[in-house]
Ligand binder design. Sequence first.
Ligand SMILES: CSC[C@H]1O[C@H](OP(=O)(O)O)[C@H](O)[C@@H]1O
Length: 358
Amino acid sequence: MTENCVPNPDSNHLGTLAIIWHGDHLALLDQRQLPDQEIWLTYKDASAVADAIRDMVVRGAPAIGISAAYGVVLAAHQAGDTKDWRADIEVAIEVLAKSRPTAVNLFWALERMKTRLQACQSAAEAIAKLTGEAESIHAEDVAANRLMGRHALSVMGDEPMAVLTHCNTGALATGGYGTALGVVRSLWHANRLKRVYADETRPWLQGSRLTAWELQQEGIPVTLNADSAAAQILRQGDVRWVIVGADRITANGDVANKIGTYNLAILARHHGVRFMVVAPSSTVDMALASGEDIPIEERDGTEVRAVRGVSIAPDGVDVFNPVFDVTPAELVDAIVTEKGVIERPDRDAMQAMFATRD
Ligand SMILES: CSC[C@H]1O[C@H](OP(=O)(O)O)[C@H](O)[C@@H]1O
């Protein structure tokens, strides 16, 4: 990897992009360094992309899937035209699949790449076809995000409103524009947004380090709040919707998302605030019956015991650090995907919209 290899492209109509494909190498904006530094890292090696996903250089369910897809293309370049080219690419796919367990977008993207690979008869064909598939996955994600923005506004009411969001679900977490933050962008451009309250989102601080920064880049009014202030904010009554992303949505409408989302869903229901989940259909896993079946990633305790390397807890104290939780469907007022909106999601409604993925 080399640092600072590409300027940060200013494509603010999609937000600050985090993933740039250069035909034979991948550039990732190192999100561990934001908001203090914008450092781009270059990748030519599939296993290094797997490390980047595991270490959260790149994060966000759709962005993880897109990056892994480009990782498979890099594997095809690395394999070259040796007799084991196909096996080498298949090994790389397995390495990428082990990077993080919860966001189903990773496995959805790798399945698409695997299917494309099966049809290839030569190493050269594999490079060409896998490149096309990864670029399609990337472009489809941006198109889906824009469509979800339009679908969401159709159910949110016409008056300008305040919303509250959790974690980061913007251009930094996707191929561009964002999911929940894509809805925020759409509200803003439709002059229907008063303010976004952004939960800081401990322990990795996606809200304070990424969402506050991403929205400030575009002059979208954002107020950063401690996670523990969310109840008081909802009690004040100016927030009309809590809008979040997702890492996996199961066949009954249960939603896995950043830890603290379940808290917000309970608070929203208690305060009569509507709760919206925004995610492309690549986040839907109809093979899992309910949220009970979703693998929840637990990360190292150092993420809770320290912030930016500064200790905030006694050395060695035991830590429980699940980085996702599951919100039951009955607490969700709307699930928005590029296919449309499901209000009051349940198994039947999910089946009707997702019985067949395409
Ligand atoms: C549109 S991003 C979806 C999802 O991914 C984030 O998790 P992480 O930052 O750990 O990759 C968060 O759960 C977002 O809501």
